[in-house]
Structure formats: C-alpha cells, structure tokens
Design a protein around this ligand. Structure first.
Ligand code: ZN
Length: 367
C-alpha cells in the first residue's frame, strides 16, 4: 500500500483516472534498467525516479567530465571527476528518497549483460555507440524484455520501443550491421544541442511509464523522429525484417556474444604521426608498419609514396580482414580526413595500433 507521504507525493498521479492508486503501486513495484546516465539517461532517470518507479538500475563506468554538463543534468559542477553513478545516485535520491537504486559502475559487456539485465522489467538504452546498442538490443531480445531505444544527433532525435515478443521489429531490423567508415559522423565530428537529449530522454521515460501502467500503445514498429530545427515530429513505419539475423525466420545469432556486440565501444584517442615523422621513418628504411593510402586510384596516379599501398576508403572493411589486429597500421589520404575515418573504423573493430598521418599527402609533398 502507499504511505500517507507517498499519497501526498504522488497526488497528481493519483487523480489521473488511468493511473490512480493501483497504477502508482504498479510503478512502485516496477524496475527499469538504464544503460548510461548521460544525455538520454539523465532526464529519463530523473522522471522515472520522480514518478516513483520503485527500482532503477544504472549502468555507467564513466566519471563526470566538464563537457558533460551542457546536457547531462544528473551531474553537476561539484561532481566533476567523480564517478557518474555517485553523482547520479545523489541527485536521484534528492528527487525521491523512496526509490531503490542499483548501481552498476561497469561497462555493459556481452559477459555481464544478461546477469545485469535479467533483474529488470524494462531496459532503457541511453548509450551513444553502435556496439552497446546492438548489445542492449540482443540482451532485451533474448530476455524478452521491452527495450526503449533513443538516439540523438545535433538537432535530430529518434525514439521507439523494440519488443519482438510483443510484435514489431528489433534494432537489427533497422540496422543490420555496424555502419561502414564515413557512413556516420565520427565521435569528434558528432555534436548535439543540449536540450535535444532532454526531449528524447523524456520521451523514453514516458514510454517506460506507459508500459508499466499498461496504458496507451507503445510505438512498436514505429520510429518517431524529432527535428528540432523544423519543430516537427514525424513517424516512420519500421517493419519487422523477416531476414533479420536475430528476430527473423532463420536467425543466425544465438547469443549476446557476437561480432557486433563485441566491437570496440569507446571513441579512442586517435594516434597521429606528422608527415615529417613519417618521412624520417621511411628514410631510415625501417618502417615496420603497413602504410596505407586511402585515396582513390586517380589521386594515387598523380603522386604517391612508393612504400604505401593503395586501399581506397570504401575498400578498408574488406582489406581489414587480411590484417592481424595487433599490426601497426599507418594511414594517410590527401589531407587527413578520410584517413581519420579509416583509423576510427579500424579501431572500432578492434585494431589496436592505428596511426593517422596529420595533413596527409599535401603535408608530405611540402617536405
Ligand atoms: Zn530484428
């Protein structure tokens, strides 16, 4: 039953006929696992805590950084440098001391995903990278739990609920594979207007509460897209893909441990070498690395470094399969942008020693 204090706290819920005391008790007995306490996780967690969702699980291995504060409202100036979960727990308990918080200060990995997630009713994805999104999707699928998906980029956001066991598609029906290099903006290029995750994360919180209360309709098979600059919401049909490797007719993925979920999740600090340093290594005759030129054949024909090998950017994924993951790979293009994308891609699939040539061929030719 609700205590008198709880009745007062949730009085604006209790007078909504679709919620009432029964609904409030449902919220109290519910549990939601939030992957990430960043831009999306912050508003979602704050609203779920305020609404009285009885138990929230928070997964986040990071510490608070000054650059987070522009959008991650769980954290504050005073908690810079502290673990995000410490900061988040303090803030959420300020909002509602009655809820239980389970803190998981670890990265969500194929090894711990099922053990962590099986104890919750709903999973809410606030992650910002493809391998984690695939992992959250696969985990929710195998555990038959609804997944509330949200993603943001600059001025656009999207949200849906993936729950193949209730109907509709999974994340892999929308995105069968991790995008190739250059197809999506890199970590460094990606930016976001601070309010946007507030809006998308709040929508995710709303869908969690609707699912718990069993009211309305979850957006199964429907992707809601918000365009902040046009002030518009539109809804795309998101069909289930019968050929989906996870939820399709003939699935080939049988566990949360697979190539997509095991890819590197962090945006690595890119290793760089200047054109002059590269020239010095070439002149010494001891390169001992794969030197790759990711420009196009026409550019190569005009001028190239004799020791380099031409592998145009779009051929990098195929070429990568022929290289050992611990090999040193030095990559250049004309000015350093395409090679940065190639470096980022190779790092994302597990290459450990990838180096970008700053300034590329332009800088090399000026030496
Ligand atoms: Zn699917």
């Amino acid at each position: 039953m609700l205590t008198p204090e709880e009745k007062a706290r949730y009085s604006r819920h209790l007078i909504v006929p679709e919620i009432g005391e029964e609904g409030q008790l449902r919220l109290k007995n519910a549990s939601v696992l939030l992957i990430g306490t960043g831009g999306l996780g912050s508003p979602a967690a704050l609203y779920l805590a305020a609404a009285g969702v009885g138990r929230l699980g928070l997964v986040d291995p990071d510490t608070v950084d000054l650059s987070n504060l522009q959008r991650q409202l769980l954290h504050s100036d005073a908690t810079i440098g502290k673990p995000k979960l410490e900061s988040a727990a303090a803030r959420l308990h300020e909002t509602n001391p009655h809820i239980t918080l389970d803190l998981h200060p670890v990265r969500f990995t194929p090894e711990n995903a099922i053990t962590i997630a099986e104890n919750y009713d709903i999973i809410l994805d606030g992650s910002d990278n493809f391998p984690t999104r695939f992992l959250v999707n696969d985990t929710a699928f195998f555990l038959k739990k609804p997944l509330i998906y949200g993603a943001i980029h600059r001025f656009d956001g999207q949200i849906t609920v993936f729950a193949p066991h209730l109907g509709g598609p999974c994340y892999r029906c929308l995105l069968p594979e991790i995008p190739a290099p250059g197809a999506v903006p890199s970590c460094n290029e990606a930016g976001v207007l601070g309010v946007l995750p507030g809006i998308i994360g709040s929508l995710q919180g709303m869908e969690a509460i609707k699912l718990i209360l069993g009211i309305g309709e979850p957006p199964l098979g429907k992707l809601l897209i918000y365009d902040a600059l046009r002030t518009s919401f539109r809804s795309l049909k998101l069909p289930h893909d019968p050929a989906c490797r996870l939820c399709g007719k003939n699935p080939t993925i049988s566990s949360v441990r697979n190539p997509e979920t095991s890819a590197h999740t962090t945006c690595p600090t890119m290793q760089t070498i200047t054109a002059a340093e590269l020239k010095a290594r070439l002149d010494s005759g001891e390169l001992n690395a794969h030197l790759i030129d990711v420009r196009e054949q026409e550019e190569w024909d005009i001028a190239h470094i004799p020791q380099a090998q031409l592998v145009p950017l779009q051929s990098i994924p195929t070429y990568a399969a022929t290289l050992p993951k611990d090999a040193e790979i030095i990559i250049h293009c004309k000015a350093g942008m395409r090679s940065a994308k190639a470096c980022e891609y190779l790092s994302s699939i597990g290459f450990e020693n990838v180096v970008n040539v700053t300034g590329g061929m332009d800088a090399f030719q000026k030496l």
